[in-house]
Design a binder for this molecule. Structure first.
Ligand SMILES: Nc1nc2c(ncn2[C@@H]2O[C@H](COP(=O)(O)OP(=O)(O)OP(=O)(O)O)[C@@H](O)[C@H]2O)c(=O)[nH]1
Ligand SMILES: [Mg+2]
Length: 310
């Protein structure tokens, strides 16, 4: 019998979860979008954009990396803030590898890590997972010597197995990061089919796109006290009809979201529809309503109403 040994040799595949952890606004969601080449996680210049764990799947030749994007860990105010921090911490528990992200542009960077960052690094380290420290936004800093105290401090922290400077925006260092992540995943068969981007439903992403547009176009407390609930989602081959309600906490906020003569809600709708069309690849009809749910972000019941459930 003529056996081809190479053909019989089983291909080793790797598969596992990577929790992307850090303070708000450091660029966690930007990194995932940049790796996947698709907008799977909304991004705004404002902190606390991401509110729950978002699963995004990226395949290399032999490895499947399931990323968990998480809310930035912050000093929580109210039930929503607590929920967000819990989501981030739970992701560490679910992960095989922890990606701890820091923003190089953070104020006082010459002194190294901030106390909040140190606490997050400690939590990641104590989880027992290998921690890859990622210093993001290197594109925005001309004087790279700013990084030195930070790199030296990171190098002495327990659990950190690698430090990689990157730019999520320009993709500098991202390839190296992917190789390092893949190499630390357990040997296992792939959990998801090759062409799958996420196991979350399309309607979730569309709700997020409405929230992204709203966060970008409104100010002060409005983005933080708004939530989007999809009421209807009807898909056909060429189009998608979506009806959604934006919930705010007060009548005055409803007025802001509607805008003068409905101008604001119209602008939010146009922006969100364009994002949804890019994502779904079909034309989208988006109908938006605004409703008040008094103090929803401060109660368990309010969070459940908006779909923020563990
Ligand atoms: N210059 C520069 N800006 C970046 C980079 N990555 C992200 N940003 C910007 O940083 C801001 C925050 O990005 P996000 O991806 O929303 O940050 P996040 O960590 O997911 O934030 P939260 O969801 O609030 O925790 C946005 O304005 C991004 O465009 C980068 O590599 N370089
Ligand atoms: Mg985010």
């Amino acid at each position: 019998m003529n056996l081809d040994k190479n053909k019989l040799k089983k291909k080793i595949t790797r598969c596992g979860y990577v929790a992307v952890i850090g303070r708000p606004n450091v660029g966690k969601s930007t990194l995932l979008n940049s790796i996947l080449g698709e907008k799977v996680s909304i991004v705004t210049p404002k902190p606390q954009t991401t509110r729950n764990r978002i699963r995004a799947i990226h395949n290399l030749k032999h490895s499947q990396i399931i990323f968990l994007d998480t809310p930035g860990i912050h000093k929580a105010q109210g039930k929503l803030g607590e929920f967000m921090n819990d989501e981030a911490l739970a992701a560490i528990g679910d992960a095989d590898v922890c990606l701890f992200m820091i923003d190089l542009c953070e104020k006082g960077r010459r002194e190294g890590l901030t106390s909040e960052e140190r606490r997050i690094a400690q939590t990641c380290g104590e989880s027992g997972r290998p921690v890859i420290a990622v210093v993001n936004k290197v594109d925005a800093v001309a004087d790279k010597s700013k990084m030195l105290p930070l790199l030296s401090e990171l190098g002495h922290l327990p659990g950190i197995v690698e430090i990689i400077p990157i730019s999520a925006r320009s993709k500098d260092g991202v390839e190296l990061l992917l190789q390092q992540l893949a190499h630390r995943l357990p040997e296992a068969p792939w959990l998801f089919p090759e062409d799958m981007l996420s196991d979350q439903a399309e309607r979730f992403f569309v709700a997020e796109m409405v929230r992204e547009a709203l966060t970008e176009l409104t100010r002060e407390e409005v983005p933080y006290q708004s939530a989007v609930v999809i009421e209807r989602f009807i898909e056909s081959e060429q189009s998608c009809l979506v009806e959604a309600t934006i919930f705010v906490e007060k009548e005055s906020q409803k007025g802001i979201v509607l805008g003068k003569g409905g101008a604001m809600i119209k602008a939010i709708g146009i922006k969100a529809r364009k994002s949804a069309e890019r994502f779904l690849g079909v034309s989208v009809v988006l109908k938006l309503h605004v409703s008040v749910s008094e103090g929803w972000s401060k109660s368990e019941g309010g969070l459940r109403q908006m779909g923020y459930e563990k």
